[in-house]
Design a binder for this molecule. Structure first.
Ligand code: B12
Ligand SMILES: Nc1nc2c(ncn2[C@@H]2O[C@H](COP(=O)(O)OP(=O)(O)OP(=O)(O)O)[C@@H](O)[C@H]2O)c(=O)[nH]1
Ligand SMILES: [Mg+2]
Length: 382
């Protein structure tokens, strides 16, 4: 089966009209397309950076607040400048983009503009026809970032059968985040990235983020929309759909992670999909150095805690959303549960959605101060 088409969608800066694109995203996903959604109020530079890192086939822009002729053209121009003009641009904006505007936009390199009244079916058909064919031989990448992005695509589409044997040295510390859907993993990672970037002005971070999908179907890869600090030239983020694999990761995760870990980043952060009680996404002695389980205070009762396998395995357990009422009880119950494990697991309370949260600072210290794990040291000795 051919690999799914990946597109990135976004709404331009100073524009909060995201209702149209949310509808379109959903329709795309239902028809087998993987959509990396960047969110609204996004500048050209963020859109182009994300499209290159995600190595999508095309960018779909939904624009309502005017300035579309310039905005779309700037996206096309920046892609060209970065040697990434194999990534195409299309979009719409209801009645705010006139037919005359669209003519100019097409002349400036935009593939297609969809007007008010177009059916969702027609848009899906367009994406399949225009971006569904195999890419064939690719142009030589213009930057290391682009090269990395292309390789990740090769690995993902070959289901992890491609290896890069160039360098076996893993320099990065790999940290795995898991936990139930909506617990705040992405928000927390974004706050930690801010601290990594501020602590060392030269450090570079990679993020490998997962969202669920069934084989042959699309996926909404939505973690980027939550990211603010991670929209940064020192951060390389890649979103992956699970493509039918259970357990929180994708069949290609391991190889993609290995490649990222030896691509010159100081930290590689991996986020699983929202997981259930039985999930154990990170293998023992695998490539992940430290595992963080992010919990929501509303997990149920003590009985539920007995069932969560990751509570036995995680190095650090975070009670996020500790601004919520149940957080204190959650902390006490989880603390007692962890005591039974008799391992040196750490428990931290955080409010990830608050800037400069002292709990997130504490978590950052735990992650950034503890050195490479035994596993990595051993791997390095080999
Ligand atoms: C819904 C709406 C809102 C909602 C937005 C909700 C949300 N979260 O999106 C609310 C009420 C919040 C809102 C607020 C504002 N709005 Co308003 N809003 C609209 C409205 C009524 C509909 C837009 C819409 O979602 N249509 C539904 C989509 C599915 O259909 P469509 O637009 O026809 O698009 C088709 C195609 O173009 C295509 N398409 C669209 N995008 C894309 C993208 C891709 C990739 C593809 C393939 C296709 C595609 O899909 C559709 C298929 O048929 C329009 C008026 C109108 N009737 O168009 C005004 C409109 C866009 N808003 C307008 C304005 C001025 C505002 C405000 C500034 C008002 C104010 N003074 O506060 C604020 C700004 C908000 C902000 N932060 O940006 C103006 C813009 C004027 C301009 N550009 O000159 C409009 C045109 C109304 C008007 N006539 O004055 N708005
Ligand atoms: N009250 C409260 N809400 C938070 C906190 N941290 C995150 N949230 C909110 O929780 C929601 C989910 O946050 P995400 O970071 O997307 O959660 P996630 O675990 O990455 O979700 P999935 O990737 O879908 O599993 C968002 O609306 C956040 O704003 C917090 O500390 N307190
Ligand atoms: Mg997330």
């Amino acid at each position: 089966m051919a690999a799914p088409i990946r597109v990135l969608t976004a709404v331009p800066i100073c524009d909060g009209h995201d209702s149209a694109i949310n509808t379109i995203n959903l329709e795309f996903i239902r028809h087998g397309i993987e959509v990396v959604y960047l969110g609204y109020h996004r500048p050209v530079s963020d859109i182009v950076r994300a499209a290159i890192q995600e190595d999508v086939r095309a960018i779909g822009i939904s624009s309502y607040n005017g300035g579309h002729i310039e905005f779309f053209a700037e996206v096309v121009d920046l892609l060209r400048k970065k040697g990434a003009d194999d990534i195409k641009v299309f979009g719409g904006g209801g009645g705010t983009i006139t037919h005359d505007d669209a003519k100019i936009m097409r002349r400036k390199g935009v593939d297609e503009i969809f007007f008010a009244g177009t059916s969702l079916e027609d848009m899906v058909k367009f994406v399949h026809q225009r971006y569904g064919k195999s890419r064939g031989k690719r142009v030589k990448p213009k930057s290391a970032e682009q090269e990395l992005a292309h390789k990740l695509t090769e690995i993902e589409d070959a289901k992890g059968k491609i290896r890069n044997a160039k360098s076996e040295i893993q320099n990065a510390k790999v940290i795995g985040f898991t936990g139930p859907g909506g617990a705040g993993k992405t928000t927390l990672i974004d706050e930690l990235v801010l601290r990594f970037l501020n602590k060392d002005k030269k450090s570079r971070v990679a993020i490998l983020s997962h969202d669920p999908s069934v084989i042959g179907q699309g996926a909404l890869l939505g973690d980027r929309a939550t990211m603010i600090n991670s929209q940064n030239d020192r951060v390389f983020m890649r979103s992956m759909a699970t493509r039918g694999q259970a357990g929180g990761l994708s069949p290609a995760t391991k190889d993609c992670l290995e490649l990222l870990a030896r691509s010159g980043f100081d930290y590689v952060i991996i986020e699983t999909v929202g997981t259930g009680q039985e999930a154990m996404p990170f293998q023992k002695n695998g490539i992940v150095d430290q595992t963080v389980l992010v919990m929501n205070p509303d997990y149920g009762s003590r009985l539920q805690l007995q069932k969560i396998v990751m509570l036995d395995l995680a190095d650090v357990v975070v009670v996020n959303k500790s601004d919520l009422q149940r957080a204190k009880t959650a902390h006490t119950e989880i603390e007692q549960r962890l005591e039974q494990n008799r391992r040196r697991q750490r428990l931290v309370d955080t409010v990830a959605k608050r800037h400069r949260d002292a709990g997130v600072d504490r978590l950052f210290d735990l992650i950034s101060s503890s050195g490479k794990s035994k596993a990595v040291k051993e791997r390095r000795k080999k």
